[in-house]
Ligand binder design. Structure first.
Ligand code: ACO
Length: 436
């Protein structure tokens, strides 16, 4: 952090208190006012529910310029990463700070491959769930359960332990997500095949059966890999902040990542792609493209909380760059599968066209986010809606673990402990039960 010459001065209108605070500059993005001594100097807290104006940490991993619609991992624009790298190169970039050389890539890919199986006992653990359990309930529990199976690498003060846990998490998540899917279908789990890529392997673990050979479709493999890349990290979003806050207590990495998975489940975050596809299917069932106008009126009138799912973002006030890349992938996948006339894709394009011209959306700077097209892609691949968020969790694991590791390796890190504006009753005496 570089201190600016500028200082921030706070003075109260009753002239009772004033204080001066340092201002820091990042390499990009808004400057920050360092208010760490605010309470000591004034006896006051700041109030910022939803963290609308709060930088919760300093980080070197991901940068978003929401106004311009830019996303970079470690300085590299997502548009370049998505076409020049595969997901494991992105994992290397997020974890170690740079893209791997050819030799480093070989070594890293190999390490991931050597950890992609899970302890056999975990298969029995899954059997405890109902067959109709939501995959996110299963995946949250399985990630947490990893700490019971891989307890030999959970000393968070040991950098080697942190690294091996990171490798294990990235390697095992596809196996766990595929297990949750196979269990819901009553099909046998498929062991990983180390001759395949990370994305190809995941497709095989999802869709192959032991009865016949499975050939990975290259277009779908590339689409899966792109979904992983686009979801890998997104700076201090709700689930990443959850991982950091949970991890700040010193808990083990598997427990911290499980907290992130649980947070991601919500429809305002990772659950949005499932909600978006639900919305498209509903409009389609009610009459399709012809009903778009009617639906948009409901959204604009804010009827019973109806929102255009897959639109809007806390940070992007412009087109989400991931949505553009996902739209490209969507076209490629639909073409490869002979689904160019997919009615849901047509519906999505029409909704987008109307929204981008409509005053309601323009005024509020609401643009498509990554989830607007990712549901259509996954549906075309054959992935059920209920698994979308689990796949998002699989991909985001690399970002979560990189952010967690950055926090733990910072010698100045402290347990996270927000304060509050208390508005409850003041002190009162407990009446006897007869008097209540
Ligand atoms: N459809 C209709 N109106 C919307 C939408 C939407 N999708 N999103 C925001 N608005 C409106 C709000 O009603 C509000 O209007 P007002 O000013 O008249 O009150 C205004 O835009 C600002 O909305 P906020 O909710 O304050 O914006 P916030 O930054 O808190 O919300 C969020 C961001 C949660 C993503 C929101 O846009 C939303 O609910 N979108 C739909 C869900 C979604 O797609 N989530 C995925 C996010 S991306 C991800 O997690 C990978």
């Amino acid at each position: 952090m570089q201190e600016s010459d500028i200082k921030a001065n706070l003075s109260l209108s009753n002239d009772q208190k004033s204080a001066e605070f340092p201002v820091y500059k990042g390499t990009e993005g808004p400057d920050v006012i360092d208010i760490r001594k605010l309470y000591a100097q004034t006896g006051m807290f700041t109030f910022d529910p939803g963290f609308l104006s709060t930088a919760s940490c300093q980080s070197k991993i991901t940068f978003i310029d929401g106004g311009k619609g830019e996303l970079r991992y470690r300085g590299y624009p997502i548009e370049q990463l998505a076409v020049k790298c595969d997901y494991l190169e992105i994992c290397h970039l997020l974890m170690y700070g740079d893209l791997p050389t050819k030799e480093q890539k070989e070594k890293f890919d190999n390490r991931i491959l050597r950890h992609n199986m899970v302890h056999e006992q975990m298969h029995f653990f899954v059997r405890g769930f109902r067959r109709d359990a939501h995959p996110m309930a299963i995946v949250t529990s399985l990630v947490s359960a990893l700490s019971a199976f891989y307890g030999d690498s959970i000393d968070i003060n040991n950098p080697e332990h942190r690294e091996i846990s990171a490798i294990r998490l990235i390697a095992k998540l596809p196996t766990l997500v595929a297990m949750a899917y196979k269990y819901s279908r009553g099909e046998p789990y498929m062991h990983p095949d180390n001759s395949l890529s990370y994305a190809g392997n995941f497709l095989r673990q999802m869709f192959a059966t032991p009865c016949q050979d499975y050939e990975v479709n290259e277009v779908l493999e590339r689409a899966m890999d792109r979904i992983f890349i686009l979801h890998a990290d997104h700076e201090q979003n709700a689930s990443t902040s959850t991982v950091r806050l949970c991890g700040s207590s010193g808990t083990n990495p598997f427990a911290a990542i499980a907290a992130g998975v649980a947070c991601l489940w919500g429809p305002a975050h990772g659950g949005a792609n499932e909600a978006c596809l639900d919305m498209l299917e509903q409009i389609q069932a009610q009459g399709g493209v012809e009903k778009v106008g009617e639906f948009m009126e409901k959204v604009k009138n804010k009827e019973a909380g109806v929102r255009l799912m897959g639109f809007g973002h806390r940070v992007y006030k412009n087109y989400d760059p991931r949505a553009k890349l996902m739209q490209e992938t969507c076209k490629e996948v639909l073409q490869a599968l002979g689904l160019e006339n997919d009615p849901l894709f047509k519906l999505a394009m029409e909704l987008e066209r109307i929204a981008l011209e409509d005053e309601y959306f323009v005024e509020r700077k609401l643009y498509p986010n990554v989830d607007f097209y990712s549901g259509i892609v996954q549906r075309a691949i054959g992935i059920p809606k209920s698994l979308f968020t689990a796949i998002f969790a699989l991909a985001r694991t690399s970002g979560w673990i990189a952010q967690w590791n950055e926090m733990i390796s910072d010698p100045d890190y402290k347990i996270g402990r927000p304060r509050q504006l208390y508005t409850g009753p003041t002190k009162r005496d407990v009446p006897d039960i007869a008097q209540r």
